[in-house]
Write a protein that binds this ligand. Structure first.
Ligand SMILES: *Cc1c(COP(=O)(O)O)cnc(C)c1O
Length: 392
C-alpha cells in the first residue's frame, strides 16, 4: 500500500492483504501464542512467539504506520503502555521532559509518579504558548518534549511545527499524542514530530469496546542520539511486553476502517452542538478550536483538517450547575473516555481529572466535557437543551 493512496484506502487495505491460506478479506484473529518452526530457528514469516509478533497485531501496526505516514507502528495493550514504552526506550535517569500543563491526567500522573521516582525529571509548560515551551527547555538536559493537541479537557492547541523546531534545536525529540485529532485530522510526523502516540481506545477504535495504544516513529529522526528510536522502541516493546492481543488488534483494525467517515460526522455534529451552546444563556464559555475566538484557532486551522468531536464548556452558575446538568441528560451517557460512536458527557473536575486536583493541572470546577458522538445531532441537542434549560 503506497503512501500515495488516500487515507481511507490505506485504512481499509494497509497491512491487510487477503489471507494467503483462504483468501479471507479481513485479517483473521490469530489467537495463538506460539508457532511451529520448520527446523530450529526456521520461523515462518518471522513468527516465533506472540509477544514478539502476531499476524493480527502486525496488520494493525502496518495500518497505523501507513495512516500516520511513519516508518513503523507498534500496538500496545493501552495508550499508557505505549507511552511507558516510549519513555523507557528514549529516556535515562537524569533526562528532563517538558510536559503540557493540561496533559491527559494519566500522562501527567505517569511523569509525576512513575518516571520521576526513576530519575526522569519534568517541567510543565503551556504548549499553546511557543515561548513558554522554549523557556521550559533545560539546555543539555531536556531530551523530550511531549505535546498533546488538542488537549484534554481544555481543547488547547499547540503549534506542532514551531515546537518541533524548538525541541530539535535543543537536541530533544518531539512526541505528539495524537489521540484527540486522530491520524485523519492531523499528521504530526509531517509537521516535524519524531514519534506519535495514540490511545486507540478512543477514536481509532471508535466503538468503546476495546482498550489499546499505538506508537508510530518518523521515517527519519535526525536528533543526535535518537536516530535509532525505532529500533529502541521495538526492543522495548518486546522486552517490556505490554502488547496488544490478537482480538484487541482485530477490533482496533476494524474501527480504523471507518475512521474517516466517523470523524467527518463527529466534526459535523460537534460544530452544531457548539453553535447551540454558544447561544445558550446558561453557558459562559465554549472551548472548541474551531471557534474563531479560540486563542490558537489559526494554528488549529493550519494543522488540522477539521476541529474534531470534543467540546468543553463552562457553566455560568458554577460547579453545582455543571454537576446537575451532567446528571440531567438522558441520551448523552455520563461516563469517562471519549471518541466512541455514542455521545458522552462528564465533569472533568470530579471524574477524568480528579487525579490532578490540587496540582497545576487542576481544571475549572464549572467545566463540562462532551465527546460528541455520531447519533442524529438534533436528538443530541434536544437532550442537552432540556438539561441546560433546567440547570443553566
Ligand atoms: C485515554 C488517553 C490516554 C491513555 O490511554 P489508555 O488507552 O487509557 O491507556 C492518553 N492520552 C490521551 C489524550 C487520552 O485521551
Amino acid at each position: 500500500m503506497s503512501d500515495e493512496h488516500g487515507f481511507s484506502t490505506r485504512a481499509i487495505h494497509a497491512g491487510q492483504e487477503a489471507d494467503e491460506l483462504t483468501g479471507a478479506v479481513v485479517p483473521p484473529i490469530y489467537q495463538v501464542s506460539t508457532y511451529k518452526q520448520d527446523g530450529i530457528g526456521g520461523f515462518r514469516n518471522g513468527y516465533e512467539y506472540s509477544r514478539s509478533a502476531n499476524p493480527t497485531r502486525t496488520a494493525l501496526e502496518e495500518c497505523i504506520a501507513a495512516l500516520e505516514g511513519g516508518s513503523r507502528g507498534f500496538a500496545f495493550a493501552s495508550g499508557l503502555a505505549g507511552q511507558d514504552t516510549v519513555a523507557r526506550a528514549l529516556l535515562v535517569p537524569g533526562d528532563h521532559v517538558v510536559v503540557p500543563n493540561d496533559a491527559y491526567g494519566g500522562t501527567y500522573r505517569y511523569f509525576n509518579k512513575v518516571a520521576k521516582p526513576q530519575g526522569i525529571e519534568h517541567s510543565i509548560a503551556n504548549m499553546g504558548d511557543v515561548e513558554a515551551v522554549r523557556a521550559a527547555i533545560r539546555p543539555g538536559q531536556t531530551k523530550m518534549v511531549w505535546v498533546e493537541t488538542p488537549t484534554n479537557p481544555l481543547l488547547g492547541i499547540a503549534d506542532i511545527e514551531a515546537i518541533a523546531g524548538i525541541a530539535h534545536d535543543a537536541g530533544a525529540v518531539l512526541v505528539v499524542d495524537n489521540t484527540f485529532a486522530t491520524a485523519y485530522l492531523q499528521s504530526p510526523l509531517a509537521l516535524g514530530a519524531d514519534v506519535v502516540t495514540h490511545s486507540t481506545t478512543k477514536y481509532s477504535g471508535g466503538h468503546s469496546d476495546v482498550v489499546g495504544g499505538a506508537v508510530v516513529t518518523a521515517t527519519e529522526i535526525r536528533v543526535p542520539g535518537y536516530e535509532d528510536a525505532e529500533e529502541r522502541i521495538a526492543f522495548h516493546q518486546n522486552s517490556i511486553g505490554g502488547v496488544a492481543g490478537p482480538f484487541d488488534s482485530w477490533l482496533t483494525l476494524r474501527g480504523l476502517k471507518t475512521l474517516a467517515i466517523r470523524m467527518e460526522r463527529h466534526c459535523d455534529n460537534a460544530e452544531k452542538v457548539v453553535e447551540f451552546l454558544e447561544g445558550h444563556d446558561g453557558v459562559s464559555q465554549v472551548l472548541y478550536p474551531g471557534l474563531p475566538g479560540h486563542a490558537n484557532h489559526d494554528v488549529a486551522a493550519r494543522q488540522m483538517k477539521r476541529f474534531g468531536g470534543m467540546v468543553s464548556f463552562r457553566m455560568r452558575r458554577g460547579e453545582d450547575a455543571a454537576v446537575k446538568a451532567c446528571a440531567a441528560v438522558s441520551l448523552w451517557t455520563l461516563g469517562e473516555s471519549l471518541g466512541g460512536v455514542e455521545s458522552l458527557i462528564e465533569h472533568p473536575g470530579r471524574m477524568t481529572h480528579a487525579s490532578v486536583a490540587g496540582t497545576e493541572l487542576e481544571v475549572p470546577s464549572d467545566l463540562i466535557r462532551l465527546s460528541v458522538g455520531i447519533e442524529d445531532v438534533d436528538d443530541l441537542i434536544a437532550d442537552l437543551r432540556e438539561a441546560l434549560d433546567i440547570h443553566g
